[in-house]
Design a protein around this ligand. Structure first.
Ligand SMILES: Nc1nc2c(ncn2[C@@H]2O[C@H](COP(=O)(O)OP(=O)(O)OP(=O)(O)O)[C@@H](O)[C@H]2O)c(=O)[nH]1
Ligand SMILES: [Mg+2]
Length: 399
C-alpha cells in the first residue's frame, strides 16, 4: 500500500501542477468545471488518506476517479486551450481591461478627414498658388474653427513664403501649414509639472463640457503613475453631481471629500485642501459646478473658492484647469475669456475632439490666449484622455 500512496501522491502533485497551469491561464471554464471538481476530490482524498479511516477499496475508488479527471484535463487540446484563452481575453478586452489605446489619429478622424479632403480638393490639379487657392485655403481654415485671427496669421505667413519664392510647389502648402501650426502650438505649449505637494487642481468650465469625466480620467492617470490622489466634490449645485464623481472615484479606487447637495462649494474645497495636507496627498482635484459663464453668480462662487483655497495654501490652486467642449466652436473663445478674467486660467483641456470635424479650435484658443492645452479628450472611456503633444496633434490632423 505504501508504494501505492507514493504513486498516488505523485499523481496528486501532477494534478496540482495542472491546476496551477490552468490557474495561470485564467481559464474561467477550467476553473469552474474542472478545477473545482479536482480540488474537491483532492481535498477529500487527502482527508481520507490522512485519517486512514476509509477502507483501501474507497481509496482505490477515489484514485480511479482521479485518473478519470486527469484524462479529462488532458483531453483539453492545446488548440482548445488557446481558443478558450483567446475568448477570455476578448471578453476582458470588451470590459476595457486590456483594451488597446485608441490612437490619436483615430480620436481625431473627423478633423483629419475634413481637413485633408478639403485641402486635397483645393489643391487638386492646381499648378500654381494663385489668389483663388489662397482664398479657398482661408475659407477652409476658418471653417475648421482655427479662428479669424489665427487664419489671417497663417495666410500671411504662406503668402510671405510665396512672395519669397520659397513656396512654388502646390504640394508644399500642406507642409508649410504643418510647420506654422506646429510653431503656434509649440510657442504656447507646456506640460503640467507637479512641483508642489499637495498639488491642487481646480477644474472649471461651463455645464456639460466634460469636467467630471475629465477628472475621472485624470485621477486614474495620476494614480497609475504612482501618485496619491484625492477628489473633491465641490459641485454641490447640480443634482447627482456628487454621485457622478463618486462613481469615478470608486472606479479608480480613490478617496473623495464631499458634503451634502446644496452645501457651500467653498467649504467642500476648504475641507478637501485640509484633508489633502493631512493625508499626504500628491494631487487634489476639485470638481466645480458648471453653469453658463455669463451667470455672474458662478464666477463669484468660483472666485470665492479660489480665495478660500488660498487661506490654507497661499500659492494654491496650482492649476486652474478650464475644460472646453470642442463642439462649441468659437464659443470656446468667449468662455476662455470670461474664465480667464475671473480666475487666471493656467491650463486647458479640450474635450470631445472625437466628435468634431473642427479640431482647429485647439489652435485658436491656444493662439489667442497663450494658455497651454494640457490634455485633450478623445472619447468617453477612462483611457480616452491624452496629454497634449503639438507634434502628434499636427500630424494626426494633417497626415
Ligand atoms: N465623446 C466624448 N464625450 C465626452 C468627452 N468628455 C466628456 N464627454 C461626455 O460629455 C458628457 C458631459 O460630461 P460631464 O463630465 O458630466 O460634464 P461636466 O462638465 O462635468 O458637466 P456639469 O457637471 O453638468 O457641468 C458626458 O456624457 C461625457 O461622457 C470626450 O472627450 N469625448
Ligand atoms: Mg460635472
Amino acid at each position: 500500500m505504501a508504494k501505492f500512496f507514493k504513486f498516488f501522491n505523485k499523481k496528486k502533485d501532477d494534478l496540482k501542477e495542472t491546476i496551477k497551469e490552468l490557474d495561470k491561464a485564467k481559464l474561467e471554464l477550467a476553473k469552474r468545471d474542472i478545477k473545482d471538481e479536482i480540488l474537491k476530490l483532492l481535498e477529500e482524498t487527502e482527508k481520507n488518506i490522512e485519517n486512514k479511516k476509509k477502507s483501501d477499496y474507497e481509496v482505490l475508488k477515489l484514485y480511479e476517479q482521479l485518473k478519470e479527471l486527469k484524462k479529462k484535463v488532458n483531453s483539453i487540446s492545446t488548440n482548445e486551450l488557446s481558443n478558450i484563452t483567446y475568448q477570455h481575453i476578448k471578453k476582458e478586452n470588451k470590459s476595457g481591461l486590456f483594451s488597446k489605446l485608441k490612437s490619436l489619429k483615430d480620436g481625431l478622424t473627423k478633423t483629419r478627414k475634413n481637413f485633408i479632403s478639403k485641402l486635397d480638393r483645393i489643391l487638386l490639379g492646381k499648378k500654381e498658388l494663385d489668389e483663388d487657392v489662397i482664398e479657398q485655403l482661408e475659407e477652409l481654415l476658418i471653417s475648421s474653427d482655427i479662428g479669424v485671427k489665427t487664419t489671417l496669421y497663417l495666410i500671411e505667413k504662406i503668402e510671405e513664403r510665396i512672395s519669397r519664392a520659397k513656396l512654388d510647389d502646390v504640394k508644399e502648402v500642406k507642409n508649410a501649414l504643418k510647420e506654422y501650426l506646429l510653431e503656434i502650438l509649440m510657442k504656447n505649449h507646456s506640460e503640467l509639472i507637479f512641483n508642489r505637494k499637495p498639488f491642487v487642481i481646480m477644474v472649471v468650465g461651463v455645464n456639460g463640457t466634460g469636467k467630471t469625466t475629465t477628472i475621472g480620467k485624470l485621477a486614474n492617470k495620476y494614480k497609475n503613475s504612482g501618485k496619491k490622489v484625492l477628489l473633491a466634490a465641490a459641485d454641490t449645485f447640480r443634482a447627482a453631481a456628487i454621485e457622478q464623481l463618486e462613481e469615478w472615484a470608486k472606479r479608480a479606487n480613490i478617496d473623495i471629500i464631499k458634503q451634502k447637495e446644496g452645501a457651500d462649494p467653498s467649504a467642500v474645497a476648504f475641507d478637501a485642501v485640509k484633508a489633502a495636507q493631512a493625508r499626504d496627498v500628491d494631487v487634489l482635484i476639485i470638481d466645480t459646478a458648471g453653469r453658463l459663464h455669463t451667470k455672474v453668480n458662478l464666477m463669484e462662487e468660483l472666485k470665492k473658492m479660489k480665495r478660500v483655497i488660498k487661506k490654507v495654501i497661499p500659492d494654491a490652486p496650482h492649476e486652474v484647469l478650464l475644460v472646453l467642449d470642442a463642439n462649441t466652436g468659437q464659443n470656446a473663445i468667449s468662455q476662455t475669456k470670461m474664465f480667464n478674467e475671473a480666475l487666471d486660467v493656467t491650463g486647458i483641456v479640450m474635450t470631445k475632439l472625437d466628435g468634431t470635424a473642427k479640431g482647429g479650435i485647439v489652435v485658436a484658443v491656444t493662439n489667442e490666449f497663450g494658455i497651454p492645452i494640457r490634455y485633450i479628450g478623445v472619447g468617453e472611456k477612462i483611457e480616452d484622455l491624452r496629454e497634449f503633444n503639438p507634434k502628434e496633434f499636427v500630424e494626426a490632423i494633417l497626415e
